[in-house]
Design a protein around this ligand. Sequence first.
Ligand SMILES: Cc1cc2nc3c(=O)[nH]c(=O)nc-3n(C[C@H](O)[C@H](O)[C@H](O)COP(=O)(O)OP(=O)(O)OC[C@H]3O[C@@H](n4cnc5c(N)ncnc54)[C@H](O)[C@@H]3O)c2cc1C
Length: 397
Amino acid sequence: MTRLAQTLGLTEFQTEIVSTVRRFVDKEIIPAAQELEHSDTYPQAIVDQMKEMGLFGLMIPEEYGGLGESLLTYALCVEELARGWMSVSGVINTHFIVAYMIRQHGTDDQKQKFLPRMATGETRGAFSMSEPELGSDVAAIRTRATKQADGDYVIDGQKMWLTNGGSSTLVAALVRTDEGADKPHRNLTAFLVEKPTGFGEVVPGLVIPGKLDKLGYKGIDTTELIFDGYHANADDVLGGVTGQGFFQMMDGVEVGRVNVSARACGVGIRAFELAVRYAQQRQTFGKPIAEHQAVAFQLAEMATKVEAAHLMMVNAARLKDSGERNDVAAGMAKYLASEFCSEVTQQSFRIHGGYGYSKEYEIERLMRDAPFLLIGEGTSEIQKNIISKRLLADYRI
Ligand SMILES: Cc1cc2nc3c(=O)[nH]c(=O)nc-3n(C[C@H](O)[C@H](O)[C@H](O)COP(=O)(O)OP(=O)(O)OC[C@H]3O[C@@H](n4cnc5c(N)ncnc54)[C@H](O)[C@@H]3O)c2cc1C
């Protein structure tokens, strides 16, 4: 093995696109990331190049102008991007989930209207389930769409934690509608909300207050969204049928979990790369620290974790691509990769000694980015809920 996280059985095109993204990351992202991150600056030039490379349309079918690639190809590209800077992978993550949901669940009109513009990156997606009072407990959503006499809706309520909230132009928002169903999640509907980029009252009844200040995951905008008498057309309901939003969003989140695993792999790979280099440069007691067994063993542990996470991520992506249900595989991959990423960044940080605490060293950023992966697309506890429920059903005595 010459490098970690190799993937067997890729097509020529997959190999080519992944190495193109890797070169792009090495040349354009890694050298720019520190400065952009520390100043919390949106990586516009990088995003523009990603548009040109077709990355926004990677999984959008060719008939709508995309590259029609698999979830695996997408995840491998995301792994490379996150290796450079996690925030850059975040720019395409919510976009990819929304495009996936429209592809899977949208009406023909919605596909025709949005997918070609999403493939070029002209329309950019964000997705919104979380609210100030809830994140894990999605079925408890309070934001409400009230049906009007003419069949349209008025939406009121507050959403929280929208990744790309300000820079997106299309938000898939999960809200409550009155379906009269006894199970709360059957009373949820996904609306496709179009808006311009920016902050403030961007359209009547829809306010994006401003960027939330975060520990890491900087550069990219994370926002609230306030609906205050926002008017939505009946045509804005994803798939045209109300009461289906929970299932549509969970389908999107499932591919999103593979994507978060891929990001965790990318951050972990970078943390390892930094550690293995530093350990050979830094001398203590007359030799490079890599020659102290305690440090060498750390490197071995880190590499093993990176490799295991990568294999589980690839497995979950391939399972979804094969058309099989992958909730358990995606949950396991997300859980393991995000936990390992956290451990590997911490180990790399320790190997850097005092310099790991300095803003001059890249590991400092990775230490602040990694914790988000434990939370986004469902916390580790929520993954364990999903995994254990399915296992107890499958292994029922
Ligand atoms: C930077 C950032 C970006 C985000 N982007 C988006 C986005 O684009 N769109 C979006 O919709 N959301 C987004 N989120 C929200 C994210 O999905 C939620 O934060 C996450 O799902 C957890 O929800 P919560 O914060 O409400 O925590 P809570 O649900 O309040 O959980 C708090 C703690 O309790 C634990 N817990 C909760 N329920 C259980 C249970 N049943 N069993 C065991 N333990 C439990 C959790 O694991 C956690 O440790 C983002 C969050 C962050 C920080």
